[in-house]
Design a binder for this molecule. Structure first.
Ligand code: ADP
Length: 588
């Protein structure tokens, strides 16, 4: 029933106001003592207050403000009883409406009813508003939780973020999370408002186990759990209280933490007040948010473990290759020396047959040395121990050197072979021996993969950086740093390389399967070594090819006079050593 407080010091108001309101069943309190007005409001809690403007309260505006303040929500509707319309100014000092004297009971009842309806609507509105504010807050927590979860790949931190999100959005009394990493590492994390008794801890452990098992009724469990081995960790917020078994009867909600095919654990929250449907939805949303990042975190951990193992293996392999190739090189040098002495005739006359066999042996020793040297080079590169002796050189010289050393090999296949040098001089800051090796590797491949009567040529040009097509570079994410470059291209009319294999050729141990490559042999190390050497010279390499038409392997090195960032070309005639060679003597 609506409650009306009438405050008036005019005696006939009791009859004119109180009676008609009582007659329609409202609970009415009549007050004439001004000093009791505020305590009556507190005790009676009226819906409507009728306030006579003739009261001894001098400043009605002040009184109304005070009443409003006391009535924190501003819920009481205040109706002034005024003598004539002229007094209605006072309505604006804080009242919600007015009734003019002489009081007409019908108008009075109609006004009171209208304000009761208004109050009703206002009550509903403010209740909705606070519910809306609560949902808005939950949404904000969900959003924050989601972005926090995205920021880490640490499993424990992810569980903590989930618990914080649940705490903030649902303000649980206690949250118990069973975290299962593997059968030997299972823990129950209890986040509680107050410290908990030992028996509650035990009971929560048991409850989590039962809930876990009940989830997989007829299926086999992802983890068999020995309850004795489950570690518990209790965190609480406030010292001044204690939870015991009563928590078990609180409102609660439970959920597995899982994706469609992976299971990470379970979580349950308990609260001393009932959980609404919205709270439960919010709980499920927060919990489901954590499963995917947990999966990523676990994968990340596995990848990291594997990476560490791989790095160790890679190091062992590099060391092994380096030691074995070193050990092989020494006896090979001795064999080569002995063959050379025999072939020179110093150790006695040889028959043609003997010479033939010895020459074959000699060629194979040279080939074997080449392979061992490549392996040694690669292990040095991988260990970051390759040594470079940089100096100012003219690129024309190593090109001529390679032409003269490989001329006979090309001639043996009747391959047209030569260099087209379009400039007089090509000054670069380079290690001569490495440049010769780059050119030898590219050119011997060109000869190797070109059939009889084909052609192989080396061209040299100068090119401005802005005219380079960086999209062709093997390492296309790098930008040229110098202004001018020298471009060396080794072109052949050989078997070519299929499009799908183009990216593989610079990878170590990669050989493109073909009858010719099987026949001619090789290690798949020539191009990766050339690529590394070119990189060390701040150059770029790339390849273009068309199957059965031929290939062009190109590389550029920065012009000597051009300043190259991170590569000091100003120091003339310096033997710059890059790397720290502890692989022993280079030329045994
Ligand atoms: P290797 O020549 O010892 O096998 P490389 O690293 O020098 O190793 O070359 C890798 C592979 O790239 C070769 O096995 C071959 O399949 C392919 N290749 C390299 N150069 C050419 C070329 N000029 N023409 C056709 N294929 C080539």
């Amino acid at each position: 029933m609506p409650k009306i407080l009438v405050f008036s010091n005019q005696s006939d108001d009791f009859i004119n106001i109180v009676n008609p309101l009582k007659e329609i069943g409202y609970i009415v309190e009549y007050l004439s003592d001004e000093s009791k007005i505020f305590e009556t409001i507190s005790a009676f809690v009226p819906d409507i207050m009728l306030l006579c403007s003739y009261t001894a309260i001098k400043d009605i505006a002040f009184a109304l403000r005070k009443i409003r303040l006391q009535d924190e929500g501003g819920d009481i509707q205040i109706i002034l009883l005024v003598n004539k319309d002229a007094e209605i100014d006072e309505v604006f000092s804080g009242a919600d409406g007015y009734v003019t004297r002489p009081i007409n009971p019908n108008i009075l009842v109609a006004t009171v009813n209208a304000h009761l309806r208004l109050k009703n609507h206002l009550d509903i509105f403010s209740a909705n508003n606070s519910e809306l504010a609560k949902r808005f807050y939950q949404l904000k927590v969900l959003y924050d939780t989601n972005s926090n979860l995205a920021g880490t790949l640490n499993k424990r931190r992810l569980i903590n973020i989930m618990n914080e999100g649940l705490e903030q959005s649902i303000s649980y009394s206690l949250c118990s999370t069973l975290v299962m990493d593997n059968p030997d590492d299972i823990s129950l994390i209890i986040n509680s408002h107050y410290p908990i008794t030992k028996r509650l801890e035990q009971a929560l452990k048991l409850r989590a186990m039962i809930a876990y098992k009940s989830m997989f009724k007829n299926e086999s469990l992802p983890f068999e759990i020995n309850i004795e081995k489950v570690r518990t960790e209790v965190n609480f917020k406030q010292e001044n209280g204690k939870y015991d078994l009563e928590v078990m009867s609180y409102g609660s909600v439970f959920s597995p933490i899982s994706t469609s095919d992976k299971f990470f654990g379970t979580v349950e929250i308990m609260r001393d007040t009932e959980l609404s449907n919205e709270d439960i939805t919010c709980f499920q949303t927060v919990v489901s948010q954590v499963a995917l990042p947990l999966e990523s975190a676990i994968l990340y951990e596995e990848i990291q473990d594997k990476n560490v193992k791989l790095e160790k293996l890679e190091k062992l392999k590099s060391e092994f290759v380096s030691i074995v190739s070193h050990e092989l090189r020494t006896p090979l040098t001795a064999i080569k020396n002995s063959i050379d002495i025999m072939l020179s005739g110093k150790s006695g006359e040889l028959t043609d047959g003997m010479k033939n066999f010895l020459s074959m042996g000699d060629r194979n020793v040279v080939r074997l040395s080449g392979i061992i040297n490549d392996l040694l080079d690669l292990s040095k590169i991988e260990a970051g121990k390759m040594q470079y002796r940089f100096e100012e050189i003219n690129l024309v010289n190593p090109i001529n050197f390679v032409i003269s050393t490989l001329k006979s090999t090309a001639e043996a296949k009747n391959i047209t072979f030569g260099a087209k040098i379009n400039i007089d001089e090509a000054r670069v800051y380079a290690d001569m021996q490495k440049v010769e090796q780059i050119l030898t590797n590219l050119t011997s491949n060109a000869i190797k993969f070109t059939g009889k009567d084909g052609s192989v040529s080396i061209t040299l040009d100068k090119i401005q950086a802005k005219n380079l097509d960086i999209s062709k570079f093997y390492e296309y994410n790098k930008e040229p740093l110098a202004e001018n470059y020298f471009l060396v291209q080794v072109q052949d009319t050989g078997i070519g390389i299929a499009k799908e294999n183009m990216t593989k050729v610079f990878d170590k141990f990669q050989q493109i399967e073909s009858s010719l490559s099987r026949k001619v042999g090789g290690t798949g190390l020539g191009l990766p070594i050339a690529k590394e050497f070119i990189n060390a010279h701040k150059g770029f390499v790339w390849a273009e090819s068309e199957e059965s038409k031929g290939s062009v392997f190109s590389f550029v090195l920065p012009e000597y006079s051009t300043k190259v960032k991170g590569f000091n070309t100003d120091e003339k005639n310096v033997n710059m050593l890059v790397g720290n060679d502890d692989f022993g003597e280079e030329n045994e």
